[in-house]
Write a protein that binds this ligand. Sequence first.
Ligand code: ADP
Length: 738
Amino acid sequence: MAISLFYLILFILSIIAECILLQKIANRRASYYVALFTLISVVCLAYFAYSISLDTGMALVANQFSYLDGTFVMMFFIFCILDICNIKVTKWFAFPMTGIGLFFLGLAFTAGYNTLFYKEVKHSTYAGSAHLQMEFGPFYTPYVIYVVIMMLIPIGLVIYSSFNKRKISYKYTLALGGLLVAIVAMYFVESSVGLGFDILPSGYVLMEYVILAVIHRLGLYDISQMAVNVSENSKDYGCVVFDTQKCYVGANKTALFYFPELNELDIDREVSNLWIKEEFVNWIDEFDDGKNVSKRYDRNGRSLRCTIKPYVFGKNVAKSYGYIVEIWDDTEQQKLISRLNEMNDELAQALDSANSANSAKSQFLANMSHEIRTPINAVLGMNEIAIRECKDDSLIPYMEDIREAGHNLLTIINDILDFSKIEAGKIDIIEDNYELGKLITDVVNLVDVKVKDKGLELIVKADESLPSVLYGDANRLRQVMVNLLNNAVKYTHEGSVELNISANYIDEEQIGLNIVIRDTGVGIKKDDLDKLFESFSRVDEKNNKNIEGTGLGLSIVNGLIELMHGNIKVESEYGKGSTFSVCIPQRVIDKNALGELRRWHKVKKEVIQHIDATGVNILIVDDTRLNLTVAKGLLKPTKANVTVCASGAECLELLKKQSFDLIFMDHMMPDMDGIETLHNARELPGISLDNTIFIALTANAITGIRDMYLREGFDDYLSKPINPKEMEDIIQTYCLGE
Ligand code: ADP
């Protein structure tokens, strides 16, 4: 008895294990089928054992096992049909069913011990097969009623499904229902007609094959299954399934929510709703034609992205069982994207207005500095004339102060102009061959006086093996070096300023020109190093407040170096000095060594030896009266015959009456500018200008401008503010001979 109890407990434990397994495994539906098929096999085996049983005991045991059919085979069959009908098997249904099944199975298995199920059994044979004759106990009839109910449930389900063809593939439920009717019929035929043997097992096996047939056509079943799974797994993800014939197979809840038109469709039938036909079925046609595009729909206030893909089953990717339209709710992303786009637009607008504000600022600075240049030109020119003509020596120092202040102002104006051009991206790097030695000497000459004036030592070291001729923008390079050297001088009170030129790298074609400017000055605090190249920013203002500056120099230097593809580094020790290291790539033209630098010298007071241009007829054309006065005054010592006029038109009139040896022509004039005037002059009928030299006068002092004027027909150009020496040199060259 104890051993039997032990086995019984084992049995119960194993049933519990199976229940747990059914709860746990992911594809619970598949497990219904596995359980059903396993039970049918056991039942068939039981019928077999029953048929070959030799005595009552053996037959009874086999008979007891065969009761698995009325209990659990039917139960799992119902589960399967529920599943096919898309009805969830809840535990409220599954647990009582299992309980009742176990109860009747328990009765059957204790048949030899009590008379509840069988009152009496007797072993016999019928048609060569073992057979039990039995007298039924009081619980047998309830069992029969239970079995009948178990059979009626699927029939009810089939009827239900026939009314719900929008939800259920009723073809299959009908097939299973038919089978069920056949089994019920078998049951009753067998028990009423008394065939003498059970034909029910054949019904069960038939059941297996009908289910297999359904499963075989089941691409369909699986896809709809998948749709259901998906609906359980995700709310955002909808899917609509069509079979290979583009018949509707099913859709999950999410899809039905967004596309209620789907509710009108019959499962396994052609799509009847026009909208779905046009939107989805035609789309599938296009998909078949190789177009794979996603679609967007706005439904129920959500933004949906729909994609289409073939439904492949398991590993066999070659075979498609149909199509799945997937529906993704990406409203939040769309909102983010459109917000992002809005923000981009706003940013672009902000950038636009910042840019236009910036270019307005740059334009303003450029205009302003140009406007200031003109009067400064007059001030410096007039001052120059005053110095020359002044008879009272005591006034000269004042005038020299005006000259110095004027030049300082000019430097600031030039800086502003450069800065605004760099900001506006309007600065061009104009490259040409240049002699490195001359460049260095020029630079040194420019700063030498200042260094000496401050009582500092100027140390110049240039690697003698450097190539003598390079290709690059010598003017901009000079500007960078002078700027850094001027700063070094400005911010050093004692000690030295050093300029060191060497090669960072050099090969056949290129050199990385290293320019190091070192000073023993006030130095820069570590925290300030980052701010150094910001425009308009001056650092350590408290200590440097007596030193003039705009805070533009280094940002211009930085901008120019960037344009020349170089880099600049600063090292500094506060209170001890700073080192600015610049490296700029330049092309090597002549590899011959630079050699020793020529001595540089600066004559403190240039004594101009004026030329004698007696008899030379000069015309000056400029729309600014002051400029005319300056130019005329500057030419006074040359004794040339100077005529002035204030416009292109006047110039043309003069040319008709008189011939000139040399004409200084302002470029920027209202109405007819200098270039137009020149072109028109050359067209004047009957007037030969073969012996007239045209010199462009321009405030446009950038390198390369000379070529432009030569192309336009000028013989040369002179930049403003006019350098008297250069002006006289031009007259000397073109009118008096070298
Ligand atoms: P600024 O016109 O004021 O000289 P810069 O742009 O040339 O403008 O320089 C910016 C700041 O960097 C200066 O105000 C100064 O504080 C600092 N600076 C530049 N060069 C040196 C140097 N050689 N030694 C110490 N400080 C320097």
